[in-house]
Design a protein around this ligand. Structure first.
Ligand code: PRP
Ligand code: MN
Ligand code: MG
Length: 174
């Protein structure tokens, strides 16, 4: 059974979310963006982030991607289990919300799915980034924090569907 080591506390997460909400409010002051969350992992972050933002949000949309299954390394194949609703990004200022960018495969798939709808603008907001594992380069416009090469769980992020409910972020160690 894997051992959990606290990596980012509840308070630290709250501070990161507040800072990201502040940055988004600063940049989207005069616009009404569409937020697109990537399920399942982003649901906790998205829920907290939108309640810290002052910006009037035009629409909250969700898509569901999966590439890890029960493994702790990416399968390399991103399955689109639920695509983006037709036309929701068209001519909109879209912000993609991800819990973590690891290899970058999921995020780049999500960005492409939005881009083909021809948004007015498209930015990426991610709570965590693990650059040591990157396979495709992804520009993160709004980043919470960079982490090392450790498998993390909690705050929406799972290992084989477990641990999503943990309020803080933990590294799993063997
Ligand atoms: C996880 C995580 C990100 C993605 C990041 O999702 O939530 O979406 O992997 O990894 P990547 O940069 O290597 O693509 P996962 O595929 O586990 O699905 P889930 O969100 O339903 O847990
Ligand atoms: Mn995910
Ligand atoms: Mg997962």
């Amino acid at each position: 059974m894997a051992n959990k080591v606290l990596l980012i506390s509840q308070q630290e997460i709250a501070d990161l979310v507040k800072r990201l909400a502040y940055e988004l409010d600063r940049d989207y002051r005069d616009r009404t963006p569409v937020l697109v969350g990537v399920l399942k992992g982003s649901f906790v972050f998205l829920a907290d982030l939108i309640r810290q933002m002052q910006t009037p949000i035009r629409n909250i949309e969700l898509m569901r991607l999966s590439s890890y299954g029960s493994a702790t390394v990416s399968s390399g194949e991103v399955k689109m289990l639920m695509g983006l609703t037709l036309g929701v990004a068209t001519h909109q200022d879209v912000i993609l919300i991800e819990d973590i960018v690891d290899t970058g495969l999921s995020t780049s798939t999500a960005l492409q799915a939005i881009q083909i709808q021809n948004p007015a603008s498209l930015k990426l907001c991610a709570l965590l980034s693990k650059p040591s594992r990157r396979q495709v380069s992804v520009e993160i416009d709004y980043l919470g924090v960079t982490i090392g090469d450790r498998f993390v769980v909690g705050y929406g992020i799972d290992m084989d569907e477990q641990y999503r409910q943990l309020p803080a972020i933990y590294a799993l160690e063997d």
